[in-house]
Design a binder for this molecule. Structure first.
Ligand SMILES: Nc1ncnc2c1ncn2[C@@H]1O[C@H](COP(=O)(O)OP(=O)(O)OP(=O)(O)O)[C@@H](O)[C@H]1O
Ligand SMILES: [Mg+2]
Length: 352
């Protein structure tokens, strides 16, 4: 069995309302970093709180290291689960020094050992010189690292982090993603991180679990999730995409859509039927004489590329179909211009 195993985990707060978390199954290996990614209200925090022991499941079982810590008949209290939790607002004690804050999680240790361990974890997060300061004298990113140090101090088997990067500016956020994963890997800690930001999730995780309305939609490594999203929700939540419908060709490798024939990266398992397609904007490449062409309707400059909304002729009902395409910033593109492009099959996926 995996190190953490969530089996049919369900939470209903009020009997007449729909489940906040519904029959959630997830397996996490020792040392893995997994993120729960999903929109506001989809049940991420509720899942984390059930694992930590702050919320009792309505149904299902939580196993940690082969032991059921929460289930039908029993529930292990939070302090006995070997879990460190980092709360979204860090929850540092303002009247205590950094050292005392970190020592707080070690109340059952001897004083001398407490100090030595607190200094050790402060060194791990690169804050050994800040031990005597108070939380208000630290930056947001430094406070975040103190919260992580406090969670890691008792040597937990598992660290749970709720939206750890949401209060940080873009630059600090990127640095913290790297710092946090480096620290977790060094300590070989298994971690579950909650976020609603796809970039956070992709940057820090071995595995991402996308949730919607209390239900896990897909669990996969970031690259696989982006390249092969299971359904329309996942395709749209982990990046921008173009969704089209079409009819599968006999060769099971090409789809006849309203804008023309689109190729898949490999032969599909599906049969001759109507299918849905996700085409990533960076999979559409502007070329001199491409298979597809359309008129540029809108150009948005993002700094790294230009987002082009291109209107294509729909051959079947002559309605317009708009596609999003990324173009290099150095290319001169004006609204109204006709552009031609090819689609890279590697960025095309069948979705449910
Ligand atoms: N104590 C509670 N009592 C009743 N309903 C609750 C309680 N806690 C959460 N909920 C409901 O459960 C659902 C899931 O909430 P949860 O906090 O897990 O979402 P979330 O994915 O963490 O969202 P966010 O990204 O906004 O933090 C929501 O509909 C919420 O209103
Ligand atoms: Mg939440």
């Amino acid at each position: 069995m995996s190190f953490i195993h969530l089996k049919n985990l369900t939470k209903t707060f009020n009997h007449n309302e729909r489940e906040a978390v519904k029959e959630l199954n997830l397996s996490i290996d020792k040392g893995e970093i997994v993120t729960l990614l999903g929109p506001s209200g989809c049940g991420k925090t509720t899942t984390l709180r059930m694992i930590a022991g702050f919320e009792t499941p309505s149904n299902g079982t939580i196993y940690i290291d082969g032991k059921a810590v929460a289930g039908q008949s029993h529930s292990l209290p939070p302090e006995k689960r070997g879990i460190g939790m980092v709360f979204q607002d860090y929850a540092l004690f303002p009247h205590m020094t950094i050292l005392k804050n970190v020592m707080f999680g070690l109340n059952r240790w001897k004083t001398q050992e407490k100090k030595a361990r607190a200094r050790e974890v402060l060194e791990l997060v690169g804050l050994e010189d800040y031990a005597k300061r108070y939380p208000a004298q630290l930056s947001g990113g430094q406070q975040q690292r103190v919260a992580l140090a406090r969670a890691l101090a008792p040597n937990p088997h598992v660290v749970l982090m709720d939206e750890p990067f949401s209060n940080l500016d873009a630059g600090l956020r990127e640095k913290m993603r790297y710092d946090v994963t480096t620290i977790l890997r060094k300590a070989n800690t298994t971690a579950i991180i909650v976020t609603h930001d796809q970039k956070d999730a992709f940057a820090v995780s071995d595995k991402v679990a996308v949730m919607n309305e209390g239900i896990i939609q897909q669990v996969a490594a970031p690259k696989e999730m982006y390249r092969c999203p299971k359904n329309c929700f996942v395709a749209q939540f982990v990046g921008k995409t173009n969704l089209l419908t079409g009819m599968m060709d006999e060769d099971l490798k090409n789809i006849h859509t309203h804008i023309g024939k689109v190729s898949l990266p490999e032969e599909s398992q599906k049969q001759l039927e109507t299918v849905k397609l996700s085409i990533r904007p960076e999979g559409c490449k502007l070329v001199q004489e491409g298979t597809f062409c359309g008129r540029v309707q809108r150009v948005t400059y993002s700094g790294e590329y230009q987002e082009l909304y291109v209107q294509l002729q729909n051959d079947v009902n002559h309605a317009e179909e708009t596609m999003l395409i990324y173009a290099p910033v150095e290319q001169e593109i004006e609204v109204g211009k006709v552009v031609s492009f090819d689609i890279n099959p590697a960025l095309v996926a069948l979705v449910d």
